[in-house]
Design a protein around this ligand. Sequence first.
Ligand SMILES: [Zn+2]
Length: 354
Amino acid sequence: VSFRGIVGHERPIGLLRAALGSGRLPHALLFYGPEAVGKATIARRVAMALLCDQGGDEGCGTCRSCGRIERGLHPDVLHVGRLPAKGPANPSEPAEAAGPEPAGANLRKEILVGQIRELAEHASFGPREGRRRVFLLDPADRMNAAAQNALLKTLEEPPSSTTFILLATRPHLLLPTIRSRSVGIRFGLVPIPKLEDELRGRGCSREEARARAVLSEGRPGRALTLDVPAEIERMEAAVRVLERLGGRPDSAEELAELASEMAGSSEEDLANNLELFAALLRKAARADLGAPAPGAEALEPRLANIGRRLGAGRAYAMVRAIERLEGDLRFNLNRTLVAEAILAGIAGGPDPLR
Ligand SMILES: [Zn+2]
């Protein structure tokens, strides 16, 4: 497979290829950029390139090592993510061959210092069977301060034959010293037409490819998995909320009810909803709404109305407020209060975020 089959990201892949080809891959890499664009996939491909049984500059994708990396089972590729919310903070089971964070699970808000100490210990042993050990820290921006300081010590005196790949959507939450000890590689959104072509190549109809590319906003990971009708429904529900708030909520009860809906039942729900509202407000604030997703055309004039009523300045101010709160979700914020603050801000009451 090597880096083939990956949509977009020509520049990061070019940099990685050059580094791998010359045998000068930095010992610590920081992959940063939006969620679901392919950072984790490319990080795994780097691990394959380093550990492939065939020994070439890029992973073959078919040997035993590459296969185990793909499935998260290689003993020299360790993944450090958030632990399940329920369960011991320091599992007696070592993080051996730990796969990525389980999707949809209720996870702790942070990566804990104990996990990083364990990583440091593992790193000091050297590879088990391969030529190197690769540590994938994903999401690295969820390390708390103590965990980051512990990692810094390891990055300052990196054990030989060890590669660290940090993945982050919000790199500014990492200590400047961690950022300066790693080589940053930025990943952007994939252009919609490119993603559309890729989806058509995988057998999607023109309509379906267009809808998936637009609704995912250029995130291949999401484009492949999203449920198109459900996504349009979700957008419609959010547009309805924005319309109701534009007319000011009838009562505090209504606001509370909308907020509890927005808060959902997990941090992930709230994060997804915040992201959706920010995307809609951004669209509403722009006079140019871009080409709509097939099936969501009717929402465009309604969004334009919302934009006119809110005004671009206020809409962008709300987008910034949402972005700030998204960064704060790792702290123990009350989900419903976060949602209420955002909705009240959109409704135009006294700004609760100041
Ligand atoms: Zn291989």
